[in-house]
Design a protein around this ligand. Sequence first.
Ligand SMILES: Cc1cc2nc3c(=O)[nH]c(=O)nc-3n(C[C@H](O)[C@H](O)[C@H](O)COP(=O)(O)OP(=O)(O)OC[C@H]3O[C@@H](n4cnc5c(N)ncnc54)[C@H](O)[C@@H]3O)c2cc1C
Length: 585
Amino acid sequence: MDETGAEPSAKPTQTPPEDPLLAPRLSAGQLALLHRYGQVRPTVAGQELFREGDRSYDFIVIVSGVVTILDHQAGVARELATGCPGEFVAELNLFTGERLFTTAVVKEPGSILVVPVDRVQRLFAQDQALADLIMQTSFRRRQWLLAERAGMRIIGSRSSADARRLREFAARNRLAYVWLDVETTPAASLVLRHHGIGPDETPIVVMRGGEVLRNPSNTELARAAGFGSGAVAAGQTFDVAVVGAGPAGLAASVYGASEGLAVVTVDGLGVGGQIGTTSRIENYLGFPVGVSGDEFAERALVQVLRFGATLLVPSTASRLAEHRGGYLVRLAAGDELDARTVIIATGVSYRRLDADGLDRFEGTGVFYTPLAAQDQVEPGEAVVIVGGGNSAGQAATWLADHRHPVTIVIRGDDLAASMSRYLIDRVVRHPGIEVIARSAVRQLDGAARLERVVIEDLATSARRTLTCSALFVLIGAEPHTRWLAGSVELDRNGFVATGPQPAGGARPGQAEPRSLSAGDQHARRVRGRRRAQRLGQAGRFRRRRGLDRHPLRQRAPRPAHRIRRRRPLRPLTAPPTEIDPRRHS
Ligand SMILES: Cc1cc2nc3c(=O)[nH]c(=O)nc-3n(C[C@H](O)[C@H](O)[C@H](O)COP(=O)(O)OP(=O)(O)OC[C@H]3O[C@@H](n4cnc5c(N)ncnc54)[C@H](O)[C@@H]3O)c2cc1C
């Protein structure tokens, strides 16, 4: 058995895709345009065009001959696809800069057209239909490769906190990976034996190409995968530093970079923020049948990178200070980013439950998003969800659809106070979901894993035990703003104070504010307005809050917008504490 769970064979296994959408033929006109940007080169049988582990490659069109796409599992080659004349060889990593996890080998000699990746961008501007075809095919190929279990192997025990951290980081950032559990997956021991590593030395990550990382940090994993490691030149000043790559930060990055501003986007954990952990978003503009958080984040990431923003992940901002008329964003690793404008889009983190035994099971039985539990809970195992908001409703229907008996525990009388009507209808109608009102979880129990929770009726204090393998805590969040303490005005709940100028205007000696807030972490959070920001209006928000005063913008005046200033910054007075390291290791 190989790492994919298949029997190994001397010959490559044959699973080329039949789907024509994965291997579209370019038209004569598209080929002619591509020839203007590239160079034709002859190929010989057996020639490697790129190899697993390579850090970059060019856009390749097969002019004549045949090219095979392979990967290698513990030394066994597996044929994934075969490319014929008129087809192109490219995947999403062409745009994300991720390290390659497939190899392209010439099967039948002929010739290829090679277009350097930087010219592909120019080509996109020339032919929208071609750009669309290449982009859509790249997204589909990534989905297909994930389904084929291509990508790095993360090997460890499901009860290991580090193994969990690595999987969560990879999942949040949509890095292609396969999880091999040393306790339950026979293929795990095969791979460990192949690399001469014992189970007690896990977790390890085996990159495509053979590199083995032993219990890497998130940063080491990202660097090895070629993800989020944009270059920052010494002494570089960015026009905009966006802190946080949730929907608000991503939208701000796209708007800034697409306007020609030099944008750097940093995130302590991953791209997509909370939305990246959502099974399905149905209330975002432009997605009539909804979109998974995963897909939304992936598309936004490619958009950000396509417009040339510099992405640094994982990079936690630990401090903000004024500097020469702009700002310094200090990163937890010690580096500093110099920026004329800062957009604070650091969102919120989930509230924890006050219940006995919670610490013991966090990450193995207690989760703050269904995504994190994917490899931990088997279909058929019962789960409990605490909370009555939309996140809880979505999680409940998603888990119940995946054959988990679901119990929702809420403190209130019913769901009406906190859940959207359409979700309440689904929850109530779903035969696999039960709602227990006026109750709270008091205790968690189990041997190696979570096995049951004790809930208390808030009216009678009567206690009862529910069998469950996972507890999902979806009870709201705290703002990620501790890193701003002393530099930005926060309200008493820690949210960034935004809105009209306080009476009396700016305090004496204060510079014009160029630090802006977008997203969940700013105060005066009217539900409808928060939604609007997520729906991609960060640009409008940004202009209102001062980016139009940027020198680059003044050269290219835009229609007038009503500019409402955020309250001015106070000088930095106290060293701010870092954000919750539990979520940002
Ligand atoms: C399970 C679930 C389902 C949801 N479903 C929906 C839905 O269907 N519809 C909907 O409208 N909303 C939904 N939401 C809410 C929605 O995801 C959030 O409102 C939205 O993500 C907020 O976006 P944001 O950019 O403000 O912040 P966030 O998404 O919270 O992103 C903030 C980012 O900042 C990073 N960060 C924090 N501090 C730092 C720092 N100091 N340095 C660097 N980076 C930092 C974090 O790692 C994070 O990636 C859901 C949320 C969850 C959890």
